[in-house]
Design a protein around this ligand. Structure first.
Ligand code: SAM
Length: 218
């Protein structure tokens, strides 16, 4: 960390070891209670994303990728909303094991789930109409080893797996609109910022979550 804007204190949240340990616990919790576990940014964040896709009339058979899917609950809700071509990736095998169990419980075997590191995606991961990130770029940004380089890789990978003209929806609690524009501005156009809850503290108001929709430049 060298104190430039956009650099964060490295954290365990940026390491695979952290997520592997977290999903080991979540898997056990799911086995014991049937509870899917944490929904990052809450259910509201899922409604917001699906609301945008519906408002834009994104066809239900569009190929949609959830980057760093975790327990896959976003994909469950997308499937329940009628989307049929869904793929979730996560670099933690425990996350993919958990999300597969949840799909099985929900009767959604058609949702594809695979262990993939978005910083080094396989060739078969390509041609997506929509990519969604809810908290994964935030995690990448917290990696203790060369986060700035990893962020660049991330941007390149998302650009590579999306079709020309495809959409990238990002939900972040670490980055402001301006900072995200700075990271993604080269290969993507900012289409829209989606409204989030506003907090008020000490006479000042602000948002602690940023949700942006980018479109891959043609
Ligand atoms: C904050 S959690 C969000 C999980 C899920 N998107 C949600 O909203 O509930 C971040 C997720 O990103 C995954 N992740 C972090 N870095 C990744 C990478 N390089 N490639 C794939 N997945 C990654 C973690 O394993 C974790 O599941």
């Amino acid at each position: 960390m060298d104190g430039r804007p956009g650099d964060f204190e490295p954290s365990a949240l940026g390491t695979r070891e952290h997520w592997d340990a977290a999903y080991e616990c979540e898997l056990q919790h799911f086995e014991d209670s049937g509870d899917a576990g944490e929904i990052w940014f809450g259910e509201e964040s899922i409604r917001r994303l699906i609301g945008w896709l519906e408002k834009q009339k994104i066809p239900l058979d569009s190929c949609i990728l959830d980057i760093g899917t975790g327990n896959g609950v976003l994909l469950v809700e997308l499937a329940k909303s009628g989307y049929t071509d869904l793929v979730g990736i996560d670099y933690s095998p425990g996350a993919i094991q958990l999300s597969k169990k949840i799909m099985e419980k929900e009767g959604l075997p058609q949702v594809k789930l695979q262990v993939e590191d978005i910083l080094n995606p396989s060739d078969e991961l390509s041609g997506f109409h929509v990519c969604i990130d809810k908290g994964t770029f935030d995690a990448v940004s917290l990696n203790p080893e060369n986060a700035a380089e990893k962020r660049k890789h991330y941007v390149k990978s998302v650009h590579r797996v999306l079709k020309s003209g495809g959409f990238f929806l990002i939900t972040s609690c670490n980055w402001t609109r301006e900072e995200l524009l700075n990271e993604f501005g080269e290969g993507f156009l900012l289409l829209e910022e989606l409204p989030t809850s506003v907090f008020c503290y000490g006479g000042k108001t602000g948002n602690n979550v940023t949700v942006l929709v980018f479109q891959k430049k043609i």
